[in-house]
Design a binder for this molecule. Sequence first.
Ligand code: SF4
Length: 307
Amino acid sequence: MAVKVPEGKIYHVPEDLEEALDEVSDIEISPRNMGERIRKNDFHVEYGGPKWFGSIYMNFEVPENEDEVRDNVIQIIGPDVNEVEEGSSFPIGMEFKLWGSEITPDYDEFFMRNLADSMEQMEGLMGVNTKHTWWMRISKDVADRLTLKKMCQAVIALTKSAFPIAEKMEARIIVGAPEVGGPELIQKILKEEIKPKWEKSESRRLGIEDDDVDSFYSCTLCQGFAPNHVCIITPERMPFCGIMSFRGAQIGLEIDPHGYLDDIPKGDIIDSAAGQYTGLNEYIYEKSNRTIKRLNLYSTIKYPMTS
Ligand code: SF4
């Protein structure tokens, strides 16, 4: 049974995507905002982060059943950005659901990565990590313009505009303020509802090993703020963000073949114990702007992944 939560405020995103995006156009959304850091003295409000570890979640779900998604609905439970005092800090639960007739639940990782990417591109929003370690700060500079409702509207409209396979989408944000139920409410939902979903999602990735495939995937999305960074994603090795598994990367490349993901043939084995291959070395040398010459997939000390 679902954990009981207050109803909060319900908003509806305009059906017309141009109108929806126009309504949030006073917030700049651009790759140049990625990697923005907002210091302690500069934030209006903070959600999640080290202060609230254990009382945070960010979940993206692609249910099989169309009826599980309330299209264009945004539900904000707890105070929004413009309703709190400067310097406030809260636990947070963020849930996004998306449904499409042509997609399956294992599209969740691709859309989760896209979600984090969209938020990190927003002016005056610092977004760090994902899932149970999500950390978000809204700067004083945009506190009179950027709300959680507006953030969700931008994410929904951007996702639907970029990916027509996203037919229905909704967002629910729970700010763990004392009047809503505090960190205890977030912890309860995390334990009883969200973690079982993560376990189910992770179980879909099991059963395939690195030796079973001839090529791996790479991701360079984080080059927006770390220019030489390249992740290699293998069946047994998740990247640093912890979002994009081998299967997720496979789906991401199908959806967006000219985006930030690549398919890389392994080439010949140089060292099987360390996980070093000719194809990966050649690829990573080029993609790291010729700064990394070798990569050992299974070492954190000698020629490790860039980070
Ligand atoms: S896979 Fe690597 S490069 Fe891609 S988003 Fe995750 S951490 Fe960044």
